[in-house]
Ligand binder design. Structure first.
Ligand code: DGJ
Length: 789
């Protein structure tokens, strides 16, 4: 709901449990007033919010005290700060005029409110689409291009004008009432007769007093160690979280949250910002001399310089804001619901994905039609539904060198051609998926030989290779068109059901031979726009195609890519222990249904650690679930467990797709065990995923407190006892756990929700290292004594 008191000059945006408010000072300056718990306000109450602008204190507004204008501009909590005029906080917008001059002051000009949410041209962002029902097609949901509002979604646009009126800056606020999210983006229009250069155009700033001594949360990492949660105290000065790698990166995540010091999973206040963008970004938080906090986020100015000719418009990507009084789980709940309902699109979002087998860790580059067909037959036998042929199927590729860009099947590996291979796979009753790395080109490729000018490079530097490859110039529309056509041709030829879109190096040499000199600084952002264009083309041309994004593991896991693909490969590290902190960070922001998760072989190639298949299978249940190992070399008794693993995954899939996620314990924090829980929206079903890491002699059983259940309802608790038996069969390390069968003796023991949540449930401690367990909960009786079956 959007509430406006024009006389008082105050606007309040309300979601179910939050309020975001702004005010106009001195008739012209737009300031931030409040973001936090929902305020219930009469029109008259709105005026009281103006207090936070401190207009009664010195320095007075410029109309009263023009002599202290720069002091006012420095103290005022600008909603969209600009550089060069006296505000010494982080600016969102900086310009250079044709005369080479800087400095910009923006004044309030007006506003519009509309129902629903208009898409940002060429960019991902929150849409107002209604929940897709299972079986409903993408077209029914989206009604072509219409992003109508079946839910309570509204948009507020506020116009700010530069002095002289040459630049119109429109602040766009999406109000997603049910999801408790406010989105922010900015449109900049040059209405003058002269060119203006934007040297930074961030998407948002937020100002607040720091009486609460807020701490900041970000995520760090590396290849195979993505999205580790980092929390730091804030002191005077600034803290930056950024990527200049051309993607969100293994090392960073376009996310920043401010939390009160006492914040835990369930308590404390959290203000979070997540960027729906997949390229270079900057997020920065600073504490000023008044202990006011300012946070900004947007396209990284370090690789951004945009020429805005007369009449041209520039749109920034969107930042997603949420605020919770219920700790980190509250933030997670808002972000998951928002992502599921307002970011993800297409026919797969609410559908169970086919269980796949991927050839990468099964065979690496050593693939051929014969070997893949053998793998497919074995896969079919155990209930797998899709074969994904990973890297190595095209050109003359046999190692990580050469052929990128030549997207036709390697004739030696596929002597009968791709179409015939695809027919054979489909004839087995399997779906077929193929790996591509569309953004890349090898020096040794027909594409490079035909178009040496199609790669990113600057005139004065020999471009750097990464994984022996160059990056195509997606800022060039011819390259974008070529990619659309090349992908369409293979998808059509092989009737593909799935694509894994990989990207295996960070981007360097942001120079485009297509763009004129004054526009070279646009290359990095235009690259991302080109990437989105190709993926939008795929989504629209092949509505049933399941697209999975990937970047050398999980280096491009962001809301931007999720707008195009309902799942992203999470990490090249499939070791279940290594995955614990990766999943913790990833699922803190994104729902488990979008997290690519496979079961690899027992001795993990990345971690060099050996674990049991059941532990890996349980871990993969917290994501899209698939296999990535050579079934032929898998011991018989392990292969025979696959149908049961798939059945368990299927049972859990509805919870993974739509359930509320709770983090019960963090291995990253306690260094002992990890626990996450999923609860259905109606509270009738739940699953608890428990992973013990190292054996702990002399430790008593664990008293586990669950979350999200109905206090008075009666739940039957099962554990996946049958698969535990397999641990014994495997005999790895002489596992004893499970022989005492605590729940086995009382299968389906009944507990009240309140007991499970407040008194806790006793979990026997396993002996030895690495054990996992999934508890299943069904509501047998609700609080009125009505039976559920
Ligand atoms: C990196 C991906 O993360 C892997 O899964 C695999 O597809 C390789 N690239 C192939 O080159």
């Amino acid at each position: 709901m959007i509430q406006i008191n024009e006389e008082a000059g105050v606007i309040a945006l309300h979601t179910a449990s939050t309020t975001y408010a702004m005010g106009v000072a001195d008739g012209r300056y737009l300031g931030h007033l409040y973001y936090g718990s929902r305020l219930y306000l009469s029109e008259a109450d709105l005026e009281n919010l103006r207090a936070s602008m401190r207009l009664e204190e010195a320095p007075a507004v410029p109309s009263e005290d023009p002599g202290e204008k720069s002091g006012f501009l420095d103290a005022f909590p600008f909603e969209y700060p600009t550089g060069g005029i006296g505000d010494n906080h982080e600016p969102c917008l900086d310009i250079v005029t044709e005369a080479g001059q800087t400095g910009l002051e923006l004044h309030w000009s007006g506003y519009r409110v509309c129902t629903g949410k208009r898409p940002l041209p060429g960019l991902p962002g929150g849409h107002g689409g209604k929940q897709v029902e299972p079986g409903e097609s993408v077209n029914e949901r989206e009604g072509g291009d219409s992003y109508g509002s079946a839910e309570a979604v509204q948009t507020l646009e506020i116009d700010l004008l530069s002095e002289g009126g040459g630049l119109l800056v429109t602040l766009i606020y999406g109000v997603f009432e049910k999801a408790d999210v406010i989105t922010r983006a900015v449109r900049i229009c040059n209405r003058s007769k002269k060119t203006v250069f934007l040297t930074r155009a961030l998407s948002f700033a937020l100002f607040m007093d720091d009486e609460q001594r807020l701490e900041v949360m970000t995520m760090g990492g590396a290849w195979a160690r993505e999205r580790r949660v980092v929390r730091q105290k804030l002191e005077y000065g600034a803290l930056v979280n950024e990527s200049l790698r051309g993607e969100s990166g293994h090392q960073t995540q376009p996310f920043m949250a401010l939390v009160t010091p006492e914040t835990t999973q369930r308590t404390g206040k959290v203000y979070a910002a997540l960027f729906a963008y997949s390229g270079n970004f900057l997020s920065k938080v600073q504490v000023d001399e008044q202990r006011q906090i300012q946070i900004v986020m947007g396209i990284h100015p370090g690789t951004f310089h945009w020429m805005l000719a007369p009449g041209e418009i520039f749109d920034t990507p969107e930042v997603v804001l949420t605020c919770s009084e219920c700790g980190l789980d509250g933030m997670t709940a808002h972000l998951h619901d928002f992502c599921r309902r307002h970011i993800l699109r297409g026919s797969w979002v609410h559908r169970e994905r086919p269980v796949l087998i991927n050839s990468w860790e099964a065979m690496y580059f050593d693939i051929s039609a014969d070997r893949l067909l053998a793998l497919a037959r074995e896969a079919k036998e155990v209930g797998i539904e899709m074969l994904v042929v990973d890297d190595g199927w095209y050109g003359r590729r046999s190692r990580d060198e050469g052929s990128l860009g030549d997207w036709s099947a390697n004739p030696e590996k596929f002597p009968g051609g791709l179409a015939s291979f695809a027919r054979q796979i489909h004839a087995l009753g399997l779906r077929l998926g193929l790996w591509f790395e569309p953004e890349m080109v090898s020096g040794d490729s027909d594409l490079y030989r035909a178009h040496p000018d199609w790669m990113l490079r600057t005139a004065h530097h020999v471009p750097s290779m990464g994984r022996n490859q160059y990056v195509l110039d997606l800022a060039n529309p011819s390259v974008v068109q070529y990619l659309c056509e090349a992908l369409d041709a293979v998808i059509g030829e092989a009737q593909l059901d799935y694509i894994k879109w990989d990207m295996n190096r960070s981007i360097t040499d942001f120079g485009s031979s297509f763009l004129p000199p004054q526009r070279q600084g646009e290359t990095a952002h235009r690259y991302v726009l080109g990437l989105y264009k190709v993926q939008e083309h795929l989504v629209r041309t092949w509505p049933e195609l399941l697209l999975e994004n990937c970047s050398s593991g999980g280096a491009r896991f962001d809301l931007g890519m999720l707008y195009y693909s309902p799942q992203i490969w999470c990490s090249d590290d499939m070791d279940p222990v290594e995955r614990l902190p990766i999943i913790e960070g990833t699922a803190m922001l994104y729902p488990p249904s979008v997290i690519g998760a496979h079961i690899s072989r027992d001795h993990n190639d990345v971690s060099q650690r050996t674990t049991r298949m059941e532990d890996r299978a349980r871990m993969a249940c917290l994501g899209t679930f698939g296999y990535e190992l050579d079934l032929a070399s898998l011991p018989r008794q392990l292969r025979s467990r696959i149908p049961a693993q798939i059945a368990r995954h299927r049972e859990l899939a509805p919870l993974v797709l739509e359930g509320d996620y709770y983090r019960i314990a963090s291995y990253r924090e306690n260094q002992r065990y990890d626990c996450a829980e999923l609860v259905s929206k109606d509270r009738g079903e739940a699953a608890v995923f428990l992973f013990f890491v190292l054996g702990e002699p002399s430790r008593r059983s664990l008293l586990l407190h669950l979350e999200g259940l109905e206090e008075a309802s009666l739940y039957q608790v099962y554990w996946d006892e049958e698969s535990d038996q397999v641990q014994l069969d495997e005999g790895a390390g002489g596992v004893q756990w499970g022989t005492s069968k605590p729940f086995g003796e009382h299968p389906g023991q009944l507990y009240r929700g309140s007991v499970l949540m407040y008194a806790g449930i006793v979990i026997p401690r396993p002996r030895g290292d690495f054990h996992s367990l999934i508890l299943r909960l069904h509501r047998k009786e609700d609080r009125f004594g009505r039976k559920n079956d």
